[in-house]
Each structure stands twice: as structure tokens, then as C-alpha cells.
Design a protein around this ligand. Sequence first.
Ligand code: ADP
Ligand code: MG
Length: 236
Amino acid sequence: MRTAKSGWAPNRKSHISKQRGLFVTFEGIEGCGKSTQAKLLARWLKAQGHKVLLTREPGGPRISEQIRRILLDARHHAMHPLTELLLLEASRRQHVDEVIAPALTGGVIVICDRFADSSAAYQGSGRGLDPALVDRLNRTATAGCWPDLTLVIDVPVDVGFARAARRQRRFDRMEAQEKRFHHRVRNGFKALAKAAPARVRLLDGRFPPDVVQAAVRQLVWSRLAPGKNAKEPRKT
Ligand SMILES: Nc1ncnc2c1ncn2[C@@H]1O[C@H](COP(=O)(O)OP(=O)(O)O)[C@@H](O)[C@H]1O
Ligand SMILES: [Mg+2]
């Protein structure tokens, strides 16, 4: 069980203090394969009989999705880095309170496509905001609802860009940042994996999706208490 290290006492503490499900997050630069891997994992875990919730950041509940629209709007060039961080943390707080913490309390495996580590990498390493400030706001916004396992899918920036460019839509405000920014973000994720190796695992995302997924499943499987929550995993 985890408790908030700092900050404001959540008004629905019961959700947060009785965390029972498994909280898995996917991280990495644009186009690394987070959404692909998150969906494959969710499908597999459901097939094993688990209750699974697949969600994403910025986003989730209605308030957070509205904040997402502001954050990703390519017209918002003037957004100050601190505005960006505060909006993300506001969105995150709502997401944790309305969706993630209640699901974990109900024994659900929550899979989140980006979470607090994205703020450390994007707003900290990418934008150059003070890492201690980002960490403090992350801890406050998540109120102890912290991932059990974080999978960083690592690819070179050019690989991620090439994949993201194949998606049939315009680049959003974050994707449209210069390459140097995305290099800093990638290095930020690598540093997080080095700093917290028990939680944050770096996976080589250059391999085909099924190869990456096999590594993902192995790591997730090792975190599920045998016999408590799970039947034997199928190979598919
Ligand atoms: N391991 C992989 N190898 C090749 N292409 C991939 C791989 N993983 C994902 N893709 C493709 O790259 C694009 C971006 O993947 P996506 O999962 O949306 O990345 P992200 O969510 O990290 O931005 C998609 O078209 C997807 O099908
Ligand atoms: Mg995605």
C-alpha cells in the first residue's frame, strides 16, 4: 500500500489508500508503440479473465478530455511551460480521482497510455522545468496512486517520427515540437528507467509489435500475484 509523500489530502482517500489492482503505465516518445502495446496487453489480460481498464493521458474523464483538447491544440503556440504542466496535473488529478483510483480499489488492472512519467520527461527534460517541481506536482496530483510497473518503449526519435507520420492526421502541438526537444524527452525517459529500475523498465521498441508484446507480457505477468488474481497465461 502506498501513501502520498506530499501535498494535499485527497477528499476521497478511501479510493486511494486501499489500492488492490495492478497499475501499469506505458511511456515513451511519439510513435514508439505505446498505444499498440497497451491495446494488445489489455486484450490479452481480458482473455485471461482479468478485469481491465485501458485509459490514456492526457484524458480519461470528461474534465480531463477537455483539458486534453486545450493542451494538444496546435494553435496554442503561446502556452507557457508551467501552464502546460499545471494543466496536465489538473487533468491527472481528475483522472486519478474519477477513474484510476476507484478501478484499482475494485481490483481492476489499470493500463494507462502515458502518466506522470511523461510530465517528468516532457515538461522536465523536454521543456526544462525544475525536475523537483515536476516531481512534487506529480506526487500531489496522484495522491499516492502511483504505477506498479511502467514500461518505457524506447525507439530513436527518427523511428518514432516516421511511424507517427504514417498516422492519417496532423501533428498535434506536442508532436510538432522540434526534434531536439524529442531527443531530450527520450533521454529523460531513459534517465527515469535508470533511477527507478524496479518500477520503470526500458524495452527496445524497434522490434516488431509481437516481440515487444512478449516482453511486456512477461513483465506484467511477473507482477500479478500467482493464484490470487490469475489463471495460467495463454500463449496468445
Ligand atoms: N513495433 C513496431 N514496429 C513497427 N511499427 C509499429 C510498432 N509499434 C507500433 N507501430 C506502428 O507505428 C505507429 C505508431 O504506433 P502507436 O502505437 O500509435 O505509437 P504511440 O502510441 O507510442 O504514439 C502505428 O501506425 C503502429 O501501427
Ligand atoms: Mg498513442
